[in-house]
Design a protein around this ligand. Structure first.
Ligand SMILES: C=C(O[C@@H]1C=C(C(=O)O)C=C[C@H]1O)C(=O)O
Length: 460
């Protein structure tokens, strides 16, 4: 039972002030934040760099979406908030495990499974975890804001305002900060899947597709690397932001020992909800980048007209439309086009919807995850194939990561082009959609391309 609260003793206090120049750089801010640190940096949203946890919400299993929604509603119920700007209003940042039975689950006799004493890189990650940051800097178009949050019986406006002054002095004292260091370098690497194992896995999936029990499945690989120097997540995310400006950079740090981080620069948005307006899209179908603009165009044209890729893509677009339909007054599917990134080109179809009723973003997340861009079709058969095939735990890879607010708005990306790391070790993930005419060797090359964004930042 929750103890009752009174109007003069709110459980949640949030205060924000504009931050004057010179504002420290993204890297300097992130380095100055206490753990657990949070980054949310979507191309069309204010960039959030935050530290500490005024509150942490966790949930488990198939009810993890509902569990977080209920806990969030309870947390936000009694807010004493002076935000000054929409972007600085209280938000919870976090994400979910890909599979319903979670990051730490024993997945049984998976062929080629690593030995039992090999600790999972996801050991510190619950099935769902959201943080209400203690200190947050939000860079909006009209300038940066500093927010301090507190929750609990000792959370008073006076204490929060004092902390706000203290944090403003502390952060501004950092100035512009030092330049980024060199990349850590890789001293050893271990692939969870051998080329032979991969060919067999793709062939098995294609057999199921030919037999008619499966339409599409996304199979992934993990790449474990040992680092030559300490991981500097702030440097990595800073460089990713220059190289992948259209992607969403994210950082999640659980309360684990040793400290761990899940981070990436993902091109895929699962959903954004503002009021009743949903923005999402289908992202599936991949080719490389050309050496010249003409070759780039040629590759893009090939992708747009390639039957295999268009089929793989259309399964995703159609499924998202169907999954939104029960909530929506209207759904509108845009034109299929090329989304060009530094290392790959994808097929992308924008999808928008107007919901029929007020709906929490986590209800939409639950309905959409996993889309056939990262799971497959039919969903149950695809998830079973993934479990039987992949010799590692997906953890939070390819799962929803994002934020929610008190009104039930939020944005979630799909945690791709990502890695989970400790100080000297990282595990990278990349997957590909398998359909009837998939060629194992071409799919292997596509996995390699999808490792690049993170691998490039780790190699010396
Ligand atoms: C699964 C990944 O990417 C997904 C799969 C794609 C594909 O199969 O073409 C393209 C984009 C993403 O939806 C990944 O990056 O790991």
């Amino acid at each position: 039972m929750e103890s009752p609260h009174t109007a003069d003793r709110p459980r949640l206090v949030s205060r924000s002030v504009p931050l004057a120049d010179p504002v420290p750089s993204f890297r300097t801010l992130l380095d100055a934040m206490e753990p657990p640190r949070t980054v949310w940096n979507a191309a069309d949203e204010a960039c959030v760099v935050a530290g500490g946890a005024a509150a942490t919400l966790t949930a488990d299993g198939a009810d993890r979406f509902d569990g977080i929604r209920t806990a969030a509603e309870r947390l936000f119920e009694t807010g004493d908030v002076h935000a000054g700007t929409e972007a600085a209003c209280p938000r919870l940042f976090g994400g979910f495990a890909f599979h319903a039975d979670g990051a730490d689950a024993d997945d049984g006799d998976t062929p080629g499974d690593s030995d039992d004493d090999h600790t999972s890189p996801w050991a510190g990650f619950p099935d769902a975890r959201f943080v209400f940051p203690r200190v947050q800097v939000t860079r909006t178009d009209s300038g940066p804001w500093l927010t301090v949050n507190a929750v609990g019986p000792s959370a008073t406006p006076a204490a929060v305002e004092a902390k706000l002054d203290e944090e403003r002095e502390r952060l501004l004292a950092h100035g512009e900060g030092a330049a980024a260091g060199p990349r850590p370098g890789i001293t050893d690497r271990r692939r969870t899947t051998t080329p032979t194992g991969w060919r067999q896995a793709v062939r098995n999936a294609v057999e199921r597709i030919d037999a008619g029990t499966l339409q599409k499945v996304v199979l992934a690989q993990a790449l474990e690397v040992d680092l030559g120097d300490d991981l500097a997540v702030a440097d990595i995310l800073d460089r990713l932001s220059d190289k992948y400006p259209d992607c969403t950079r994210f950082l999640v740090e659980p309360d684990s020992d040793p400290p761990a981080a899940f981070f990436g620069a993902t091109p895929e948005r699962l959903v954004s909800l503002r009021g009743r307006t949903v923005e999402t899209g289908a992202l599936a179908g991949t080719t490389g980048r050309g050496e010249t603009p003409a070759e780039d165009e040629w590759l893009a044209e090939e992708l747009l007209t390639d039957d295999k890729n268009v089929h793989e893509h259309e399964l995703v677009a159609e499924t998202i439309r169907e999954q939104l339909a029960p909530f929506a007054a209207s759904v509108s599917v845009g034109e299929r086009a090329i989304k060009r990134l530094a290392t790959v080109q994808h097929l992308h179809t924008p999808i928008t919807a107007e919901l029929a009723d007020d709906t929490h973003v986590l209800d939409v997340v639950e309905a959409l995850h996993p889309t056939p861009a990262v799971g497959g079709l039919p969903p149950d058969r695809a998830l079973e194939t993934i479990r039987e095939t992949e010799p590692f735990d997906r953890g939070w890879y390819a799962a929803p990561v994002g934020w929610i607010d008190a009104a039930g708005n939020g944005t979630f990306a799909v945690g791709l082009r990502s890695a989970v790391a400790t100080r000297r070790q990282a595990t990278l993930f990349a997957g590909v959609g398998i359909v009837g005419d998939s060629d194992p060797d071409a799919e292997w090359d596509e996995v390699e391309l999808k490792f690049r964004p993170i691998l490039d930042e780790l190699e010396a």
